[in-house]
Design a protein around this ligand. Structure first.
Ligand SMILES: C[S@@+](CC[C@H](N)C(=O)[O-])C[C@H]1O[C@@H](n2cnc3c(N)ncnc32)[C@H](O)[C@@H]1O
Length: 312
C-alpha cells in the first residue's frame, strides 16, 4: 500500500495506519542530540526516536521498543545477578533495538551497585542505508534487504514479512521490487543510525552488531548476565533456531551467569512482561523463576543438552 510519510511524528501515538514514519527524522534527532548534554530517557526527542522505530520492520521483525517497557526484566536481573559479579559486571542486551531499554537497565543497576559496568547493546540491525536515484529513495537494511521506497512524501513499505499467505511480499511490493534494472542504478548515499543518541552517549554502553544465530568467540564465558526481550519469539524464529541461539548464549555466560528471556503482551492500555530466569550451573541452564506467565520458549530452553555450542 502506498502511504503518506509523516514528517511531524508524535511520541504519544504511532503514525496512523495510512501513514509511514519518516526515517529522516532519526538522523535529525541524532544531529540535534549531538549538540546537547545530559539526555534523559524521558526527554521528548529520545522517546520520539524510539517511537519512530515502531514503524520499521526488518527481516520480518519489528524494531519496536520504548522507555519503561521492561521493568520486570530489570527486577529479575537485580534479584539474580550473582553477588560476585556486582563489582565488575559485564552484561549483554540481545535484540536491544535502539538501546533505550539498555540505558534504563544500566541506570537501574548503577543506582544499586557502584562497581564497574559494561553493557553490550546488541542487535542485528543497527542502521538503515539510504540509496538514491533522482527523486527515488530506497532505504535498505545492512544486509541489503529493501525496507522502504519513497518519492518525496509518498512511501511504500517493502520490508519482507515472515508470514503471509502470498509469501513474504504482496502485490504492490512485488511490483516495485520487479524494477530490478532501475533499482540497480540506485547509489548509496548515507547510513542512518538506528541507535538512540541516549545510548551512544551513555558511559559503559558498547554498541555491537550481533546476530543471535551466529557464534561470537570473543564473548565465550565473559558475561555475568544476558537479557533477550521481545526477540527470541516463536513468531520470528523456528524452535530449532531458538535452541541454537540459546546454546550460544549459554556459552557466552560465565559460571553462575544469569539469563532472562521475556516477551511483552499487549493488554488493554498497557503491556505485560512474561519471562523466565535461568542461571548457568555446571555448564547447564538451571531454571530459577518465572514472571508474568513465563517465557514462551521455557520448554525449549529446558531441553538444553550439555554439548558445546556448534558453529554455523
Ligand atoms: C521488538 S524489538 C525488541 C527491542 C527491545 N529488546 C525491547 O524489548 O524493547 C526486536 C529486536 O530484535 C532484533 N533482531 C531481530 N532478529 C535478530 C537476530 N537474528 N539477532 C539479533 N537481533 C535481532 C530486531 O532488529 C529488533 O531490534
Amino acid at each position: 500500500m502506498l502511504q503518506l510519510i509523516e514528517r511531524q511524528a508524535s511520541i504519544n501515538a504511532p503514525p496512523a495506519p495510512s501513514r509511514l514514519a519518516d526515517p529522516e527524522l532519526l538522523a535529525d534527532i541524532a544531529n540535534e542530540a549531538a549538540a546537547s548534554h545530559n539526555l534523559s530517557p524521558n526527554s521528548d526527542r529520545v522517546q520520539l526516536f524510539s517511537r519512530l522505530l515502531h514503524d520499521i520492520r526488518i527481516g520480518g521483525a519489528w524494531k519496536r521498543t520504548g522507555g519503561g517497557r521492561l521493568p520486570e526484566t530489570e527486577s529479575a536481573l537485580i534479584r539474580n545477578i550473582a553477588p560476585q559479579y556486582r563489582e565488575k559486571l559485564t552484561l549483554l542486551d540481545l535484540g536491544a533495538s535502539d538501546g533505550i531499554t539498555t540505558v534504563e537497565l544500566v541506570r537501574s543497576l548503577r543506582a544499586r551497585w557502584h562497581g564497574e559496568l559494561t553493557a553490550y547493546l546488541t542487535d542485528r540491525n543497527l542502521s538503515l542505508h539510504r540509496y538514491r536515484l533522482g527523486p527515488l529513495v530506497e532505504y535498505r537494511a545492512v544486509d541489503g534487504e529493501p525496507i522502504m521506497a519513497r518519492i518525496g512524501r509518498v512511501g511504500l513499505r517493502v520490508a519482507r514479512q515472515r508470514h503471509t499467505e502470498d509469501g513474504i511480499y504482496t502485490g504492490l511490493e512485488r511490483w516495485y521490487l520487479g524494477f530490478k534494472a532501475l533499482r540497480k542504478r540506485l547509489r548509496f548515499d548515507a547510513a542512518i543510525s538506528l541507535v538512540n543518541p541516549i545510548a551512544t552517549s551513555e558511559p559503559g554502553v558498547v554498541v555491537k552488531e550481533m546476530d543471535c544465530l551466529c557464534y561470537y568467540d570473543d564473548l565465550v564465558g565473559k558475561l555475568a548476565a544476558i537479557r533477550a526481550s521481545n526477540v527470541l519469539n516463536l513468531g520470528y524464529f523456528t524452535p530449532t533456531q531458538v535452541q541454537q541461539a540459546v546454546q550460544y548464549m549459554r556459552s557466552y555466560l560465565a559460571d553462575d551467569g544469569c539469563l532472562v528471556i521475556s516477551r511483552n503482551s499487549e493488554q488493554a492500555a498497557s503491556e505485560v512482561e512474561n519471562g523466565s530466569v535461568w542461571l548457568k550451573r555446571k555448564d547447564r541452564l538451571q531454571w530459577i523463576e518465572d514472571f508474568g506467565s513465563g517465557s514462551e520458549i521455557r520448554d525449549i530452553v529446558g531441553k538444553q543438552g550439555c554439548a558445546p555450542a556448534a558453529r554455523i
